[in-house]
Design a protein around this ligand. Structure first.
Ligand code: SF4
Length: 448
């Protein structure tokens, strides 16, 4: 896979060529043009409401996210223009600010760059119904191009409203615009609806991940839609009902199908969450085919991996089996036109049944995410279950300086890619064969 820096960004099925002045290397990139933080805007386009999140980083640059599906990185001048356009400021007012902040910017350059930002925003507005996927295989997030300064999203196990509110408020404060609430087993409906409502009211892109059984109950999905849910990730282990139910529980296959169709009915973006284990691999083609037939466009996958033959016999895949398994999944997804994101593999835990590990899912939704437990403790997508700090209590800079964060960063920023099995998206951030890159260890209980 080519990991050379590129300015051709493709995220959320969205292609754009970023003008030079948007790139992080502009001479203005260190000037803050707005108070650092997260800004939320809503715009109408073709009868639909498009939600934009503009993250302004302390260095002056930032990120613009549309509907949680298309994203572009912005330099300081790009931030200024994007924010001003979102606020519907007049070109005269924007020019005045640009002149004050970016001395020496010619009128011609100003007009050209402002037009370019306007065009990018218009293109980002086209509603795609896409899942907010940020994958390190995308050039914009290649560790070579953009060191992982701050995550884009957080996976938060469902917890009591007091804890959820503290976490969501803090995510917003530190500029993490997307949360996925993880329902690990049967859930407290009141907690779930209040969590979705709170996250959505704040302006966070809001997702829920879980099995069909706790999600498809009664009006739960309709109620979550009314509360502002953006995406629903449902475990879809196999098109073969017995294989799915052996992992997810009796009757869950039907409930998963119901959850996905309810999501579509209520215009929530539906995502199929796969677990790649020995039992699900033979039917993976049929599973993806079924997803495609049901109109699912977004698929997330994680593997349960091991280095131990006994654990492999219990259903986990050995490290060397992961690249061919990934190739199979990637080829089917490509053939069916499905959008696939790899979540970091999880190391098999011999003290827990495989079914429990499959239903617990990945630690994080990709390499631009963090996991935040109910007490605020932060865990990173890969490596041992070692805290990087506390979201509620610690300053973000201290979290980034923590040993766990530094180790993780070094791991994904170092080039582990090679030509042994070329062309695999799964190894964009780390080699799947390598156990040090698997998420290892089990966290605490949720929904307390
Ligand atoms: S990093 Fe190399 S060995 Fe590992 S999966 Fe990718 S291409 Fe294969």
């Amino acid at each position: 896979m080519n990991r050379q820096p590129s300015h051709e960004y493709r995220l959320g099925g969205f292609d754009m060529r970023i003008p030079k002045s948007f790139r992080l290397s502009t001479p203005w990139s260190l000037r803050a043009v707005a108070e650092p933080g997260l800004y939320h805007f809503a715009r109408e386009a073709d009868g639909a409401t498009i939600r934009f999140h503009l993250r302004v980083d302390s260095g002056g640059g930032g990120l613009l996210v549309a509907n949680g599906a298309a994203i572009t990185r912005l330099s300081a001048s790009g931030v200024l223009f994007a924010k001003a356009l979102m606020e519907r400021q007049t070109p005269e007012k924007i020019a005045k600010q640009a002149k004050r902040l970016f001395k020496g910017m010619s009128a011609e350059r100003f007009t050209r760059d402002l037009d370019a930002v306007r065009t990018v925003i218009e293109r980002m507005q086209s509603p795609r119904g896409d899942y907010p996927i940020f994958n390190l295989s995308d050039p914009a997030f290649s560790p070579k191009v953009a060191p992982l300064g701050r995550p884009i999203s957080a996976d938060v196990p469902l917890c009591a409203p007091f804890h959820a509110a503290r976490i969501f408020d803090r995510l917003w404060e530190v500029g993490i615009p997307h949360v996925t609430i993880v329902v690990e087993r049967d859930c407290n409906e009141t907690h779930l609806l209040r969590a979705v409502q709170r996250a959505s009211d704040l302006g966070l892109i809001t997702g829920v991940r879980g099995r069909g059984t706790p999600l498809a109950v009664g009006n739960r999905i309709a109620d979550m839609a009314a509360a502002g849910l953006d995406h629903l990730d449902v475990y879809c282990f196999s098109a073969v009902e017995d294989i799915h139910d052996a992992l997810a529980g009796k009757g869950d296959c039907k409930q998963a199908a119901r959850a996905l169709s309810m999501a579509a009915k209520h215009e929530i973006c539906a995502v199929a969450q796969l677990a790649i284990v020995r039992a699900t691999l033979p039917s993976i083609g049929a599973t993806l085919q079924r997803m495609s037939e049901h109109g699912i466009k977004n698929v997330a996958a994680f593997a349960v991996a091991t280095t131990n033959a006994e654990e492999a016999a219990a259903g986990a895949l050995l490290g060397h089996e992961l690249p061919p398994a990934a190739r199979l999944v990637e080829e089917y997804a490509e053939r069916l036109g499905l959008r696939l994101i790899w979540n970091p593999a999880v190391r098999f835990d011999p003290t827990r049944p495989l079914s429990e590990q499959a239903c617990r899912g990945p630690r994080c939704s990709g390499d631009t995410a963090i996991r935040v437990e109910a007490d605020g403790t932060i865990f990173l997508p890969r490596g041992p279950w070692a805290s990087a700090g506390n979201l509620i209590d610690d300053d973000w800079n201290a979290i980034e300086r923590s040993d766990a964060y530094q180790l993780y960063r070094e791991r994904v920023e170092s080039d582990t890619h090679c030509d042994t099995c070329p062309g695999l998206a799964i190894c964009a951030a780390d080699c799947p064969r390598e156990p040090a890159g698997w998420a290892e260890g089990w966290g605490g209980e949720s929904d307390k």
